[in-house]
Design a protein around this ligand. Sequence first.
Ligand code: ZN
Length: 120
Amino acid sequence: MQRIKKGDTVQVISGNEVGARGEVDRVINAWTIDRHNQRQGRNPNADKVLVRGINIRKKHQRPISQTRTQTGIIDKEVPLHISNVLLVCPNCDEAVRVGFKLDGDGKKKRYCKRCQAFVD
Ligand SMILES: [Zn+2]
């Protein structure tokens, strides 16, 4: 189960942008990277999230084709490691740790460890 999913609001807890909040654009899972590179095994260091508007770097983008419209020096988000962000609970509006427990239908769901409310 994923603690952080696409579309979640997260808060940064480490690095240059501590306290900043943003929406998760993409979760980069270790497994998908391994599959792409044809490598075996799981690499926990590869669990990353791309958060909209956070961790922006200048990227020197060179034109490679007619379809690439953004060229030159552009601002681009760089993925953060998943351990450097916390989910913002929609119920209590705090950066919280996420646990898992079963709901009434016996489905495993994420919940906020602070206010005990289910997240999804
Ligand atoms: Zn909460």
